[in-house]
Design a protein around this ligand. Structure first.
Ligand code: AMP
Length: 283
């Protein structure tokens, strides 16, 4: 695996690969890699000839400075995992390389209502930061395909919107969420949970399964929501949201009819102590 710190060198490498007729797959990450990330690498390797991963903890997408400071860094282990997975290139830029003119006064993206609900509502500015870094990364890597995780459901929708705004031909491939054996969605932030909280964390997954079962039995959403919230607060979670939304638009589903015409997704964000976890499930 070749490691690039500078966009110019990476661009030269990508150009060589493209000249040789190879398709480029790209997996952007913030490091502290787990098997969910590696599943994206595997997916990219299955569909494209050259897989590029990036590791960059993007300061502009953190609305909470402590979350940024405590974000895990396991770069040596990450490199070994990527080598073992057969990743072709790793882009490891500095903050100065990504934001040569600093991180203030950056461009603003019109994300419409997507930015006003769920993660957008509870993490103001987060999706602007995601777009600011993705715009730069996509211009630097210029992949044919981009692989991202359904775990960050709304982020996939935001990036899809960014690709439209950029009039980009890059194809976004959304990959399923990888889970621990007890159902907890794999996440870099899981490393920050105490042993005790790690055991409680699976309640989010249990809630999503519960929501699905109850919806299938025709129970009304307000009743299900209240019970799901109680399941979380009973074990010590502080809830940002438990919502049911249209899977295509993310608009809240308020109707309680069992036969909702479109697909639905249940989404949860909640804190255990200072660790914020998110997860979702298609219903
Ligand atoms: P992150 O490093 O958390 O920014 O995540 C990088 C990419 O990995 C994003 O596209 C995430 O959606 C994806 N990802 C994170 N966790 C998982 C998971 N458990 N399963 C599949 N993909 C994931």
């Amino acid at each position: 695996m070749i490691i690039f710190k500078y966009a110019e060198q990476l661009a030269r490498y990508i150009q060589q690969q493209k000249t040789a007729g190879k398709q480029i797959g790209f997996v952007p990450t913030m490091g502290a890699l787990h098997n969910g990330h590696i599943a994206l690498i595997n997916q990219s390797k299955q569909t494209t000839a050259v897989t590029v991963c990036s590791i960059f903890v993007n300061p502009t997408q953190f609305n909470n400075p402590t979350d940024y400071q405590l974000y895990p860094n396991t770069i040596e282990r990450d490199i070994m995992k990527l080598e073992a997975a057969g990743c072709d290139a790793l882009f490891l830029p500095s903050i100065a390389e990504m934001y040569p003119r600093g991180t203030t006064g950056l461009e603003h993206y019109d994300l419409g209502y997507l930015e006003t609900l769920l993660e957008g509502k509870f993490r103001p500015g987060h999706f602007q930061g995601v777009c600011q870094v993705m715009f730069r990364l996509l211009n630097m890597v210029q992949p044919h395909q981009l692989f991202m995780g359904q775990k960050d459901y709304q982020q996939c929708m935001v990036v899809s919107r960014l690709l439209t705004l950029m009039k980009s031909g890059i194809q976004l491939v959304t990959c399923p969420t990888l889970r621990e054996p007890d159902g907890l969605a794999m996440s870099s932030r899981n490393m920050r949970l105490s042993l005790h909280d790690r055991q409680l964390a699976t309640t989010i997954y249990q809630c999503l399964v519960f929501i699905k079962q109850q919806l299938n039995q025709g129970v009304s959403w307000p009743v299900i929501k209240e019970q799901a919230e109680k399941m979380l607060t009973d074990v010590g979670f502080r809830i940002d949201y438990v919502e049911l939304a249209d899977a295509k638009t993310l608009e809240p589903v308020t109707v309680t009819i069992q036969s909702y015409p479109g697909a639905r997704v249940a989404l949860i964000a909640a804190f255990l102590h200072d660790v914020r976890l998110i997860d979702n499930m298609l219903m």
